[in-house]
Design a protein around this ligand. Structure first.
Ligand code: NAD
Length: 322
């Protein structure tokens, strides 16, 4: 029995956003039905960073993502985040594949933003704002552009070079895109925030009724991108309640006692399966608080494994002598 090894280049070649959206929506649906296993992330903490294990099971698919975060790595020419995923057969436990999970993480995060906006944003949303134009902004744009007819992109980043590269990317996809000041960027139908900020970057007075916000950047305790007053005016949907309370956009407001756990409206899965209503009027502000779930990774890995098998891609290794 052989294990397939898939590099980042392999995953980039075979994983489409269309497949990722289907896989991730299915994962949220299973989560909404209570049919997933996803124990809390396990952390090893070091002076310069951490390592996290993210195991999950859903419907015949199982595995674990093993991912680091070392913010000083770029100084020595390494990325901050590197990730591998072991994809197992839950029938026997056999490791079917070991694959890059950096691209999987970016794609599944984009897909989650797209799916959240599909269920929560106003259907006629046309103007899309992006605060933060790094890695995650690209896959957020890719997923949103598969779901909406984007007429205009407005983008802001403290690093103008990153904003410029991002708008060039949007323009290359045929969308009118411009760099704007942060306040003007927030004047939009769907706002996506993807900064690693530890203090609010979006002010309450810039947010108008009817907007949908994908708050993607906060995924660790102490991180936040939105003024807490925005949370108090909005319908908040989380990917997973336990993770969001610990490390999502809401974590700071909850720990300060500004926001009550009981004010969290639903998980995205609950909205998808119809257990809870989504947007009820064009005036509501909806927020999707994304922390990133292991079930998104494993569901996406199952598609990568399937596509790799179909195209005979990857190196096959016999790890064991049976
Ligand atoms: N929710 C999830 O599932 C998920 C998944 C992956 C990454 N993340 C988080 O998303 C954030 C961004 O990740 P990335 O991979 O895109 O990082 P990145 O370093 O590639 O991009 C971050 C961008 O934000 C910009 N930025 C920083 N502070 C800013 C500010 N105050 N205002 C405007 N722009 C600012 C930077 O200049 C950079 O361009 C991180 O916090 C990361 O941990 C979340």
């Amino acid at each position: 029995m052989e294990t397939t090894i898939l590099t980042k280049k392999d995953v980039e070649k075979i994983l489409t956003m269309e497949d990722t959206i289907k896989a991730v929506e299915h994962a949220f649906e299973m989560h909404g039905k209570g049919l997933t296993q996803m124990p809390p992330k396990v952390y090893l903490n070091f002076d310069k960073g951490d390592l996290r294990a993210m195991p999950a099971y859903l419907e015949g698919k199982a595995g674990v993502k093993w991912v680091n975060s070392h913010p000083e790595n770029p100084k020595i020419g390494l990325p901050t985040v590197m990730a591998l995923l072991i994809y197992n057969d839950p029938e026997t436990g056999f490791p079917l594949a070991v694959m890059d999970a950096m691209h999987i993480t970016n794609m599944r995060t984009g897909a989650a933003g797209g799916i959240a906006a599909k269920y929560l944003a106003r259907k006629n949303s046309k103007v899309f704002g992006f605060v933060g134009c790094g890695t995650q902004a690209y896959t957020q744009f890719m997923a949103l552009s598969m779901i909406f007819k984007i007429e205009e992109v407005k983008a802001y980043d403290i690093n103008e070079g990153n904003a410029k590269k991002f708008i060039e990317f949007c323009e290359s996809k045929g969308v009118d895109a411009k760099i704007r000041g942060i306040e003007e960027v927030c004047d939009c139908d769907v706002l996506t925030t993807t900064t690693p900020s530890k203090k609010p970057v979006v002010k309450e007075e810039w947010v108008s009724n009817g907007m949908h916000i994908n708050a993607i950047g906060a995924d660790a305790p102490g991180k936040q991108e939105l003024d807490e007053k925005i949370l108090l005016r909005s319908k908040i949907i989380v990917d997973d309640l336990e993770q969001a309370l610990h490390s999502g956009e809401i974590n700071v407001a909850i720990s300060k006692g500004i926001l009550e756990e009981s004010s969290i409206h639903a998980t995205l899965g609950e909205i998808i399966v119809g257990k809870k209503p989504g947007r009820l009027s064009d005036d509501e502000i909806t927020i999707f608080d994304s922390t990133g779930l292991a079930i998104q990774d494993i569901s996406t890995a199952s598609i990568v494994y399937k596509r790799a098998a179909e195209s005979d891609m990857g190196i096959k290794i016999k790890f064991f002598d049976f």
